[in-house]
Design a protein around this ligand. Structure first.
Ligand code: KG4
Ligand code: ZN
Length: 356
């Protein structure tokens, strides 16, 4: 029997088991993270090793440095997760790993680490889409949340409005036509001379600033629920450069607040349009947020106010589960396992993997 056949049998047998514990690993970008998750909902261990210190010097993630750092940290975070949960590898039912999207070298490091571990331990390996992981962070935060619901996925590489029709089943409603929200935040931060990663720094600085200091463009787009951040970014860049050329001192808090307002305003507007359309159709929409940018204070406030106004239930992921972590991968893996999805040893990294 091949490893894959043995895994498929195990996964079939696990369907009848009362509790399923998954050991997961996430290495798609600059966090090496492992977790142990029970039944897709309970965190038994959650270990995140951030590489930010290594990349800060370069103002962004350096792929080669990321791969090397993942290689050094993989075993350590996995061991730490097992010891945090007080479990031996033999007590885990399945392993899971992010196989895309992300940096190819970073993904490969994690995929190879978990393939080796799964083969040696004779355990099934569940391949997980990173973005599905972000959505699943909500299942860890809100044990009562079940599909269908609408989700605004906003991360370093994604700005998508989707309908989560069922576990692992997504329908695209709208998306960015250019930059992702997180990418835009990071670029604006760089213009202000803030260190990497810029999103959280802009957010913190913006708390003290005037969001109406600078009026940034609000694009009109063909797609009913689409967003665009490249015009906002360029207008911001030009405004900052003209101030610099005039020798003016940059009011960084006001600039950060204006930029954050422009990004959140578009996201809130398109979400409102989608929710109102659903309500007009007599539906009862439920809203959730996911991805690194869902940690943004202004976005959380705007969405909370919007959903209160419309009487729509809103689910926000726990702050530490918004950005990359292993727990969300273990949560998503549970529902993949329930559908019988399992990887063979030919599993490869898929840097451009889609989720809708
Ligand atoms: O989801 P994530 O951790 O990684 C990806 O899958 O991309 O998202 C990282 C992105 C970065 O662009 C980071 O600047 C942004 O999320 N981010 C934030 C905040 N926290 C993280 N952006 C705005 N406000 C925040 N508080
Ligand atoms: Zn992510």
């Amino acid at each position: 029997m091949t490893y894959l056949e043995a895994s498929q049998r195990q996964v079939a047998a696990l369907q009848a088991q009362e509790h399923i514990r998954v050991l997961s690993l996430e290495t798609s970008c600059d966090e090496t993270a492992a977790a142990i998750i029970e039944d897709g909902r309970r965190i038994l261990a959650n270990v995140v090793f951030s590489q930010i210190d290594l990349h800060e010097l370069y103002g962004g993630v350096v792929p080669e440095i990321a791969s090397r750092a993942h290689m050094e940290a993989c075993d350590r975070v996995v061991d730490e997760a097992l010891s945090q949960a007080g479990m031996a590898l033999s007590q885990v039912d399945a392993l899971a790993v992010t196989y895309g999207p992300g940096l190819v070298g970073a993904l490969l490091t994690g995929v190879n680490c978990m393939k080796g571990l799964a083969f040696a331990a004779g355990k099934p390996l569940i391949p997980v889409n990173h973005i599905e992981g972000h959505v699943s962070a909500n299942f860890l935060t809100h044990p009562e949340l079940e599909p269908p619901f609408l989700c605004l996925v906003v991360s370093g590489g994604h700005s998508h409005l989707v309908e989560v029709a069922d576990y692992g089943e997504y329908h695209l409603m709208g998306q960015t036509v250019d930059d992702a929200a997180g990418e835009a935040f990071d670029k604006a931060a760089r213009v202000l001379g803030l260190p990497y990663p810029g999103g959280p720094r802009i957010d913190a600085l913006a708390e003290e600033g005037d969001p109406h200091f600078l009026t940034l463009p609000h694009p009109k787009l063909e797609g009913r629920y689409d967003v665009s951040f490249s015009g906002v970014k360029t207008a911001f860049l030009n405004a900052v450069h003209s101030m610099e050329q005039r020798g003016e001192r940059l009011p960084k808090a006001d600039l950060a607040a204006s930029f954050r307002f422009a990004v959140c305003d578009q996201l809130a507007e398109k979400t409102e349009r989608l929710l109102r359309d659903r309500l007009a159709d007599g539906k009862h929409p439920v809203m959730a947020l996911a991805g690194g940018v869902s940690a943004n204070r202004e976005l959380r406030r705007r969405m909370t106010a919007l959903c209160e106004k419309l009487g729509v239930p809103l689910y926000l992921p726990r702050l530490d589960l918004c950005t990359d972590n292993g727990a969300m991968i273990g949560a998503a893996a549970y529902y993949e396992l329930k559908k019988g999805k399992v990887a063979g040893l030919e599993l490869n990294a898929a840097p451009a993997l889609r989720f809708v």
